[in-house]
Design a protein around this ligand. Structure first.
Ligand code: UTP
Length: 286
């Protein structure tokens, strides 16, 4: 098995569901408690052993580049004020020099297009793709996937309510051992009546290099966008394609309700917040 060393973080979307917050601020910089979504995704990838971090950005996304760089003025001030813990926090998140690469997606033509923009950097190795707005509470989802990955394509999957299939890529399942499910078909955003199952793809992928040849065609799919799932579907029967049921809890932070739920769920895990938050929630809801 070839080691997966690189991860692509597509952050070129417009985040229109979060306007006006996302007019000047990248959606991926929205915080869950005190950490931006993109940092959770980068930490998940690092925990899984990823060595190269490829961000596919767009206009208005420079805050992401600044976030993962040194902030000399801030660090000098924290040092002068002897705020060691805060200093450690901002210094530890700066990645090894040369391990972070930025590429621009000039127009938000879809997730498949964003991933295709990283084709020269991905080269001829399998790469991971992480969508920061799919936030997973629990074990590193990518780490779990990599420990089960052998070859071909793999996507994280979860069951969704039948009336929500039009919001996801939906898998036609084959052989299924409860954790790994063979993908025999994949449809992007089908209406419930057309959906082959209620097993949905969430934003973690391991893709093999052959996918880029299909993305090269630049075919438009659901919503007029170039869909990653369409190119993955074209490889069914050519290379192995598996879905992976991860153990964590996923929050759709691209939606307002998912974002609010994630903030509460993550805050309830924090020793410094859980007691006061729980008390306040009890007061509000009884
Ligand atoms: P979404 O479709 O959820 O993001 O894409 P969006 O388009 O930014 O959001 P809305 O629907 O307008 O609110 C999922 C991920 O793919 C990235 C997004 O940045 C997000 O992380 N993406 C999407 C791109 O990088 N480029 C695109 O052209 C589209």
């Amino acid at each position: 098995m070839q080691k997966v060393r690189k991860a692509i973080f597509p952050v070129g979307g417009l985040g229109t569901r979060f306007l006006p917050a996302t007019k000047a601020l990248p959606k991926e910089m929205l915080p869950i408690v005190d950490k931006p979504l993109i940092q959770y995704a980068v930490e998940e990838a690092a925990e899984a052993g990823i060595e190269e971090f490829i961000f596919v950005t767009g206009r208005n996304k420079s805050a992401i580049e600044d976030h993962f760089d040194h902030s000399f003025e801030l660090e000098a001030t924290l040092t002068a004020k002897n705020k060691q813990q805060a200093l450690d926090t901002v210094q530890h998140m700066v990645r090894h020099p040369g391990s972070v690469i930025y590429v621009r997606q000039q127009e938000p033509a879809g997730l498949g297009h964003a991933v295709w923009c990283a084709r020269h950097i991905a080269q001829s190795e399998p790469v991971a793709v992480l969508l920061a707005d799919d936030l997973i509470l629990g074990k590193s989802c990518l780490g779990e996937m990599l420990s089960a990955y052998t070859s071909g394509n793999m996507v994280a999957v979860m069951d969704v309510p039948e009336n929500e299939t039009q919001s996801y890529g939906i898998v036609a399942p084959g052989k299924d051992d409860g954790r790994i499910v063979e993908v025999t078909g994949l449809v992007e955003k089908p209406a419930p009546a057309q959906a082959p199952s209620n097993l949905a793809v969430v934003g973690r992928y391991i893709i093999e290099p052959g996918v880029f040849a299909h993305l090269d065609r630049q075919d438009r799919g659901a919503g007029g966008e170039i869909q990653l799932t369409d190119s993955l579907a074209r490889q069914i029967g050519v290379v192995p394609f598996r879905g992976f049921r991860f153990s964590g809890e996923r929050f759709d932070c691209g939606s307002k309700i998912g974002f609010l739920q994630a903030n509460i769920a993550f805050a309830l895990q924090r020793a410094d917040l859980q007691q006061r938050l729980r008390g306040w929630l009890d007061e509000r809801t009884t």
